[in-house]
Design a protein around this ligand. Structure first.
Ligand SMILES: [Ca+2]
Ligand SMILES: [Ca+2]
Ligand SMILES: [Ca+2]
Length: 511
């Protein structure tokens, strides 16, 4: 990564030569039960499957129940245990269930002998996922064409599904399958502060919708609509529609989302050629957007086949979305930074805005949620001589604080050999740094962003949470005032014992 404008920088090189024995650590969080709903703490796949079956038993456990996963655990599924609409790694959800992931991952094991999706929500099911990664689900070859081939990660068949702070990554619905990450078949889906990335399908690499779908503060990136490998008789390819999202019917409503770097290979039908649509392919129904970026796809156009119904303050980079409403920007490069995949905090994979991005202070405050995808307050004044206005897209721009504005007063660090699986298998580097504001100005909502270099994994902790951004305590006024000092702890997990170099940005409102 080319580093520009690094203002306040910590730079460390660290070499550890000792040989470590890697052991495993298990976490379990037990939360007291409430009277009206049962809670099921689980710590392995068998317990998870048993808990879903128990939750679905409406005679024994009527109403909404909650399953609580061990913090940052990995639940690797090896075989399908359910055959509703194809093969499912977990029992179909037929009741009301919230899963508190606590940063955990549920995936199809990389050594699984067969293919299956992760979640299936049935009609009458109501599944809420929080702080969870859903990874590597894959519908089965030969299950294609019917619903069995839909939804590599999650299929919602006429039920209700809500994701909050979740990552849906690396799932596949290949060979005429639809919705690599999530397929919504005439149901209701809400995606909030979540990332849909690196999923693959024939139609809708990231998301397929024929029902009612809402996305708020979400990033949809690096998804891929692949064509059928066998050409149609008489030429053409029969699919490959919609790298990020394909809309077939119903409605998709996007508020403060960023749809970028997706790709579609073909986009043509057997009847003739068509244009591949990398971003949002509107084959039917309505797609409605507010404060949303659909730009810079890796292959194919931003939109196609029909225009988006713009409610204003959207941006595309190739003029294909029909963004002609109030505040819309067409044919405009949003100047996104490289995709930042935040490994350990779910739902935070995003594209930061560059400092001269036209998306900054160009949204509509009436639409934007009070926080952005990273949970930072919005709106923030992002440019000098501007006003306090929301940005277009999932991320509110926080300027990097100039290095001359802050002094690094103290720096201390030690290495802990205790492994934190699955990422920091070699231990953690623990850094304590004290900064003083010497700028004569107030820095609003400051936070640190640790950028990974070499082989470290960012494991910042604040009060037990883990993530790639770190909000320091700046007193009850919430501001990093002139001459105030703050102390922050950075914990960097190491995958291997070797040199580690990392940079820290301090960002905040400084006007
Ligand atoms: Ca129940
Ligand atoms: Ca702004
Ligand atoms: Ca303060």
């Amino acid at each position: 990564m080319k580093v520009r404008n690094i203002k306040k920088t910590i730079w460390l090189s660290y070499l550890i030569v000792s040989v470590l024995t890697v052991s495993s650590v298990a976490f379990t969080i037990v939360v007291p039960r409430t009277a009206n709903a049962k809670e099921f703490p689980v710590s392995n796949v068998t317990e998870l499957i048993n808990a879903i079956n128990a939750v679905n038993d409406e005679t024994t456990n009527p109403g909404l129940d909650t399953i609580i996963l061990g913090a940052f655990g990995t639940y690797a599924l090896n075989v399908a245990v359910d055959l509703n609409d194809g093969h499912n790694g977990l029992p179909s959800i037929t009741s009301e269930l919230t899963i508190n992931g606590n940063g955990a991952t549920i995936n199809r094991s990389s050594s699984a002998a067969s293919s299956f999706r992760i979640f299936h929500v049935a009609s009458g099911g109501n599944l809420i996922l929080k702080d969870l990664t859903v990874r590597n689900g894959k519908t089965r070859f030969g299950d294609s064409i019917t619903l069995r081939g839909f939804g590599g990660g999650i299929l919602n068949n006429a039920g209700r599904l809500k994701l909050i702070n979740c990552t849906v990554i690396g799932n596949k619905a290949p060979t005429v399958g639809n919705g690599g990450g999530i397929s919504n078949e005439k149901g209701t889906v809400e995606l909030i502060n979540s990332t849909i990335s690196g999923n693959v399908a024939d139609w809708g690499g990231g998301v397929y919708n024929s029902g009612t779908m809402k996305l708020i503060n979400c990033t949809v990136s690096h998804n891929h609509a692949v064509g059928v490998p066998v050409p149609c008789i008489g030429g053409g390819r029969s699919a490959g529609f919609g790298g990020g999202i394909v809309a077939i019917g119903g409605s998709v409503e996007l508020t403060n989302c960023t749809i970028s770097s997706n790709k579609a290979d073909f986009g043509s039908g057997c009847s003739g050629p068509g244009n591949p649509v990398g971003g949002i392919d509107i084959r039917g129904g309505k797609v409605i957007t507010r404060n949303t970026i659909v730009a810079k796809q890796l292959k194919g156009t931003d939109c196609g086949n029909n225009f988006i119904t713009s409610k204003g303050y959207n941006l595309d980079s190739d003029g294909t979305c029909g963004f002609t409403g109030d505040g819309d920007l067409q044919n405009t490069d949003p100047q996104l930074e490289k995709f930042l995949n935040v490994v350990l905090t779910t739902g935070r994979g995003h594209f930061p805005l560059q400092k001269n991005s036209p998306a900054i202070d160009a949204g509509n405050n009436a639409f934007c949620p009070i926080n952005d995808q990273l949970h930072m307050p919005r709106p923030l004044q992002g440019k000098e001589n501007s006003t306090v206005i929301c940005d277009i897209g999932a991320i509110e721009y926080y300027p990097i604080v100039d290095k001359d504005m802050v002094d690094l007063e103290a720096l201390d660090y030690f290495f802990s050999t205790t492994p934190v699986p699955p990422y920091a298998t070699a231990g953690t580097l623990n850094i304590t740094a004290t900064f003083r504001n010497t700028s004569g100005k107030t820095i609003l909502h400051p936070f640190f962003e640790v950028i990974k270099f070499s082989h470290g994994v960012v494991l910042n902790t604040v009060g037990g949470s883990v993530g790639a951004t770190l909000t320091p305590y700046v007193g009850s006024d919430g501001e990093f005032s002139d001459n105030e000092s703050i102390t922050v702890k950075f914990i960097i997990g190491l995958e291997k014992i070797q040199f580690l170099r990392f940079f820290v940005y301090l960002r905040g409102g400084i006007y």
